[in-house]
Ligand binder design. Structure first.
Ligand code: HEM
Length: 407
């Protein structure tokens, strides 16, 4: 009897030349052939919509110290990096209940809808200024002119940060973003840890300055929350502020550049948006779905976890591919890979996660997206691409580093 030739197993491999330009075909392959994927790198990966949604809502741990010994954990230990390197493991994104519940409540009392909505006029004026600059030069790099500075300035103003060395801070947050990258490169890990320590110090100085200069801003509200009860330690306060600061801009930049790029590469959709501006809000949801600004989340099992006929053992690191889930044909239909700004269920995307860790800044990001992309499209009828996109080389926070346009 001759044996049937076996196809080689599909292994998630984001380190191929084509992945940065378009990772979605590879996600589709993994989702189809290995939806519950035990990766040789020592972690698991989920990519189907229903599985990813159930995982992020499951209440499983986000604390890295729970990862059992094995290749994944060893990579950190061998690099000499502590268990929860980012912001000393104190930011709410990296904490389980009851700490997460306490911190989330405190941050939510400061980061209110009122505070977010109050930013819209400032966002409009920042966008107008940025577009004036683009109009003057006839185009340029959309990331440098709009997509990066807008969210960076908005979150700095909301927090009421004192003037700091923005250039250095940008370099540091950029490096820290690599902590959410699936890397096992010891050099990168050590550089992340050093950036982490420096950010902690810089934000600590800002907090000390703010104590003597309280105002009507997010940082003051968090300081007051800290002083009111004994519910937020000084280090915890610094970690939450740093987290808001970083999450406030390193993600939204991808929504702005990714949304603009999606329209430029799909002129029929750009035309549709111009013809029906009432689709603006839904278009933002579709941009979030079509090209996820944050590709992955993660959870760590404390008990055996059942999914798709598999049992994932305790102590496993599970990568939840939000980006793959957002293109799942079983949920979004056979045209899931296409941009359709009038898609009815676009808002069901998982780009902001779900459950207890669901993004606190979603409303702010949505306003920034709506105003920036809406105005860009309205103001420049001749908007078009003016060269090749340069990618930032990140896997979890994949986005354009340079997006040349002409107007
Ligand atoms: C398009 C922009 C954004 C995207 C795609 C995004 C995505 C996400 C995702 C996927 C999570 C959940 C991670 C998980 O389940 O493990 C998250 C959490 C979080 N985001 Fe965002 N985010 C964005 C903008 C923002 C902004 C503007 C802020 C703040 C100003 C922010 C602050 C946070 C915080 C504090 C958390 C942690 C919440 C928790 O653990 O309870 N994000 N974000």
């Amino acid at each position: 009897m001759t044996e049937e030739p076996q196809n080689p197993p599909v292994i998630f491999n984001p380190f191929t030349p084509d992945f940065m330009e378009d990772p979605y075909p590879h996600y589709a392959e993994v989702r189809r052939h290995a939806p519950v994927h035990e990766h040789p790198g020592g972690f698991w990966m989920l990519s189907r919509y229903e599985d990813v949604l159930a995982l992020v809502r499951s209440g499983l741990s986000v604390e890295q110290r729970h990862v059992a010994p094995g290749p994944f954990r060893d990579a950190y230990t061998n690099a000499g990096v502590t268990d929860d390197p980012r912001l000393k493991g104190l930011a709410l994104l990296d904490r389980d209940p009851p700490d997460h519940t306490r911190l989330r409540k405190l941050v939510s009392t400061a980061f209110t809808m009122r505070a977010v909505n109050a930013m819209e006029p400032q966002i409009r004026s920042l966008v107008d200024d940025a577009l004036d600059g683009i109009a003057e030069t006839g185009g340029g790099d959309l990331v440098e002119a709009l997509a990066f500075p807008l969210p960076f300035t908005v979150i700095a103003r909301m927090l009421g940060m004192p003037p700091t060395d923005n250039k250095r801070l940008k370099e540091l947050t950029n490096m820290l973003m690599r902590s959410v990258e699936p890397t096992t490169d010891p050099e990168v890990m050590r550089a992340v840890e050093a950036a982490d320590a420096e950010i902690f110090e810089m934000v600590g100085e800002a907090v000390s300055w703010k104590r003597g200069n309280l105002g009507d801003d997010l940082l003051s509200a968090l300081i007051t929350a800290e002083e009111d009860g004994e519910s937020l330690s000084h280090d915890e306060l610094i970690a939450q502020v740093a987290m808001l600061y970083i999450a406030g801009h390193e993600t939204t930049v991808n929504l702005l550049s990714g949304g603009a790029l999606a329209l430029l590469r799909n002129p029929d959709q750009l035309e549709l948006l111009r013809a029906k501006p009432e689709l603006e809000q839904n278009a933002i949801e579709e941009f979030l779905r079509y090209d996820s600004p944050v590709h992955n989340s993660r959870r760590i099992t404390l008990e055996p976890y059942q999914v798709g006929g598999y049992e994932i053992p305790p102590g496993s690191f599970i990568l939840a591919s939000l980006a793959a889930a957002n293109h799942d044909e079983d949920f979004f239909g056979p045209d899931a890979a296409e941009l359709r700004i009038d898609r009815e269920n676009a808002r069901r995307h998982l780009s902001f996660g779900s459950g207890m860790h669901m993004c606190i800044g979603a409303a702010l990001a949505r306003i920034e997206g709506r105003v920036a992309i809406g105005e860009l499209v309205r103001r420049f009828p001749g908007l078009s691409l003016d060269g090749e996109v340069e990618w930032n080389g990140l896997l979890s926070l994949r986005g354009a580093a340079r997006l040349p346009v002409t107007v």
